[in-house]
Ligand binder design. Structure first.
Ligand SMILES: [Zn+2]
Length: 55
C-alpha cells in the first residue's frame, strides 16, 4: 500500500497575501531614481509560504 506523496501540497501552501513571492505588491513611485523596497510579507514573513492549517 502506497500513499501518494504530494510534496507540493504537503504541509505548506502558497501565501495568498503575496502570491508566493514573499513580498506584498507595492505601488512603485513614478519618481525616477527612487525605488521602494517592500517589507517582507507579514503573513508569511517573506517566505512566500504558509503552514497549512489542519482543521
Ligand atoms: Zn506572504
Amino acid at each position: 500500500m502506497r500513499k501518494p506523496s504530494s510534496a507540493k501540497f504537503g504541509t505548506e501552501i502558497e501565501c495568498p497575501a503575496c502570491e508566493g513571492t514573499g513580498f506584498p505588491t507595492v505601488v512603485q513611485p513614478a519618481e525616477p531614481g527612487r525605488k521602494i523596497y517592500p517589507a517582507p510579507c507579514k503573513k508569511c514573513l517573506g517566505k512566500g509560504r504558509l503552514a497549512r492549517e489542519l482543521k
